[in-house]
Design a binder for this molecule. Structure first.
Ligand code: ADP
Ligand code: MG
Length: 352
């Protein structure tokens, strides 16, 4: 207030701005893992290792063999709205998971963040930030790629800390994030380790050798994530309509579940939780399943990025199709054809 009791408008400092943004981007440890693994994938990594302790509350460490970050770029990586992924001229022309330049500054404002990286032709370097301004860049030892370590998530925002669930529940959410991203990237090897005292969990998804076709690679990865039972009971889907393509595997109605727990939907390689798409999935099985059963499927919609807007929410798990009717129709008709033909297993590839 000023002397007359009127409210004054003031500019917030960077730390406060970043903490506010972090509220949207980083809901829980699993959201931090999602942002860091997506960064590793955007960097072209072929092997990604994720270690966490205490459900990710005290430690999340993501190690990749991607392109790395040059020492001079490290401070930029931590500054808001700085990104190497778009130039801002066409917000629909998005080919990467990231593009908002928000994740690292957000994480550095609510936890203790250290980035160590080595780009081709540069020496390794490290930078650190914990709620305030980053430290100067220092030399480090690393043979290649990037290691991002996030300790004590939400230490700077105790209110958010109170909303954390048990270590077990947070660890489960981290595992789910890794599984979804691993489904989308069968050619990348993933390792997830719980390094808490007494923690023993370890999950590994080996990289597909990139020799076979796309369906073989996907089936292999889905088998290791969802179990052989899923792949043995699922049919390959391949349909197309008006520039949108639908691929993936959908389980036979006999392999349905009592809850919608095995539905994995992707748009241009991005895991999404989208009402339009889940509604279409449900509609497709309508004639094949009783009301209390839910289909199991891993489905990938791919299209020209201009046909879908991914910039709907900071976490980017929602999308907006330019023509929602086409997306829905593709899923409904593509799956119905495949399910109807499932008896004649020889001809399971369907043209929408
Ligand atoms: P965005 O992913 O939206 O660009 P981030 O805050 O997540 O924003 O990352 C900022 C920048 O830091 C990225 O654009 C990228 O250039 C760099 N970066 C982040 N993580 C990695 C990584 N694992 N490997 C290489 N570069 C990275
Ligand atoms: Mg990012």
């Amino acid at each position: 207030e000023d002397a007359l009791g009127r409210p004054v408008i003031r500019q917030l400092d960077d730390a406060a701005i970043n903490r506010i943004a972090a509220g949207e981007v980083v809901e829980r440890p699993a959201s931090a893992v999602k942002e860091l693994v997506e960064n590793a994938l955007d960097a072209g990594a072929t092997r990604i290792e994720v270690a966490y302790a205490d459900g990710g509350k005290t430690l999340i460490r993501v190690t990749d063999d991607g392109c790395g970050i040059a020492p001079d770029d490290l401070p930029l990586a931590l500054s808001r709205h700085a990104t190497s992924k778009i130039d801002g001229s066409d917000l629909l022309d998005i080919h990467t998971f990231g593009f908002r330049g928000e994740a690292l500054p957000s994480l550095g404002s609510v936890g203790r963040l250290t980035i160590t990286s080595r780009a081709d032709g540069f020496d390794a370097a490290t930078i650190r930030v914990a709620g305030g301004a980053p430290t100067p860049v220092k030399p480090a030892a690393l043979s290649g790629g990037t290691v991002v370590e996030l300790r004590d998530l939400f230490f700077a925002t105790p209110a958010r800390l109170k909303f954390m669930r048990t270590d077990r529940a947070e660890a489960q959410a981290i595992t789910d994030v890794i599984k979804r991203l691993a489904m989308a990237e069968p050619h990348v090897g993933f390792t997830l380790r719980d390094v808490s005292g007494g923690g023993e969990g370890r999950v590994t998804f080996r990289a597909d050798p990139e020799t076979g076709d796309m369906f073989d690679a996907l089936a292999g990865r889905l088998g290791s994530i969802l179990g052989r039972e899923f792949t043995e009971n699922a049919i390959p889907i391949d349909a197309e309509r008006d520039g949108l393509r639908l691929t993936g595997y959908a389980a036979l109605p006999t392999y349905s579940r009592g809850a919608a727990v095995a539905q994995f939907l992707f748009v241009n390689g991005r895991p999404v939780k989208d009402k339009l798409l889940t509604g279409a999935l449900r509609a497709a099985y309508f004639d094949f399943l009783s009301r209390d059963r839910h289909p199991a499927a891993a489905l990938f919609v791919t299209c020209d990025p201009h046909l879908v807007d991914v910039n709907v929410h900071p976490a980017k798990s929602e999308v907006r199709f330019r023509d929602p009717g086409i997306a829905r129709g593709l899923i409904v008709s593509g799956l119905r054809h495949a399910l109807a033909n499932a008896g004649h297993r020889a001809s399971t590839t369907v043209a929408g």
